[in-house]
Ligand binder design. Structure first.
Ligand SMILES: [Fe+2]
Length: 323
């Protein structure tokens, strides 16, 4: 029997039926059993006030919360679901490019979020397999990729930023490295998507601070390339060169970056590509403490005020992506 209840009455163990549009709620499935209070909080955060529950498939509306224990979270199972959802939109070429790009973007961000919760070497290996489809799309489907490149209207979060940088950097690598066959674009793509993985060890209060970081906070923030690199050391799925993306993406061409103050060609070309995409996405993203720039304004600022941070040829080819 279907019953409508207030979100405050929803409990672990109840089976809910959500609206069928994926825009209407934050979950991958529309109907499922609530397995944690976090899910209930997520629905409330999304502004959902009432839900339909199926009292045959799950607990009835008058169930006592004390009778219900939260089951252990099965990360690998969750990951399968998000990876399948991404695979669906990557392979369904009947969807028009703009909508498909939006769905791919959203599903990839879901996958990043899932990976962030538990970045085991096994899961990073699975992630690399999922990235293959996105890399293929960027390399071969110009229409959808052009929409993907232009999705910047989202509020900033680490997952969305990782997807944006991944797509931008693969597109740039395609132009810069296209004549050379020696590059494993899939490993490279995984490196771009995972460039900020080390931030899982940084306090969210620092990552999301709405203002300038103190010297001490900045010192902590500057550890994320090294910590991300260390996380990847254990995985054999990502090539050694692609791991350098994570370690060197904040190095600057003029030697004023971090963590090692590398200069010019000392910085691996993969990391030089990633740094341009990374800075651009930071400029065009919405953040509470700064105004959001459009593509043109961001590129102009990079050219006029930051050009010494980048490899000239890499930056010029990046600009051409938007012509
Ligand atoms: Fe970073």
């Amino acid at each position: 029997m279907i019953k409508t209840i207030k979100i405050t009455e929803l409990k672990v163990g109840m089976y809910i039926n959500l609206p069928t549009s994926w825009r209407a709620h934050p979950f991958l499935r529309n109907s499922f059993t609530i397995t944690s209070n976090k899910q209930i909080q997520k629905l409330a955060d999304y502004g959902i006030k009432e839900v339909n529950i199926d009292e045959i498939k799950g607990l009835p509306s008058n169930a006592s919360i004390k009778e219900v224990e939260e089951p252990e979270k099965d990360f690998s199972q969750d990951y399968k679901v998000v990876a399948e959802k991404l695979h669906e939109v990557l392979t369904d070429k009947k969807i028009e490019p703009a909508k498909r790009a939006e769905a791919i973007h959203l599903r990839t961000a879901d996958m990043m979020k899932n990976l962030w919760e538990n970045p085991s070497p096994e899961k990073i290996g699975q992630f690399k397999k999922s990235v293959v489809g996105i890399v293929d799309l960027v390399l071969s489907e110009d229409a959808t990729n052009s929409y993907l490149l232009n999705i910047t209207s989202y509020d900033y979060d680490t997952y969305i930023h990782s997807v944006n940088v991944g797509v931008l950097a693969i597109s740039l690598a395609k132009v810069i490295l296209k004549k050379e066959n020696k590059h494993d674009m899939n490993a490279l793509g995984a490196g771009f998507f995972l460039h900020d993985l080390g931030k899982i060890h940084i306090d969210e209060a620092i990552i999301n601070k709405p203002g300038k970081l103190t010297d001490e906070e900045m010192a902590i923030m500057r550890r994320h390339p090294g910590m991300g690199f260390n996380l990847l050391l254990e995985t054999k799925q990502i090539s050694e060169e692609s791991k350098l993306i994570v370690l060197q993406h904040h190095e600057r061409y003029n030697g004023l970056g971090y963590p090692k103050k590398l200069r010019g060609e000392e910085i691996h070309i993969y990391a030089r590509i990633c740094s341009v995409a990374d800075v651009f996405d930071a400029l065009v993203s919405k953040r509470p403490y700064k105004s959001q720039l459009n593509h043109f304004e961001a590129l102009r600022l990079m050219k006029n005020e930051m050009i010494e941070h980048f490899h000239k040829d890499v930056f010029e080819k990046f600009v051409m992506l938007f012509k």
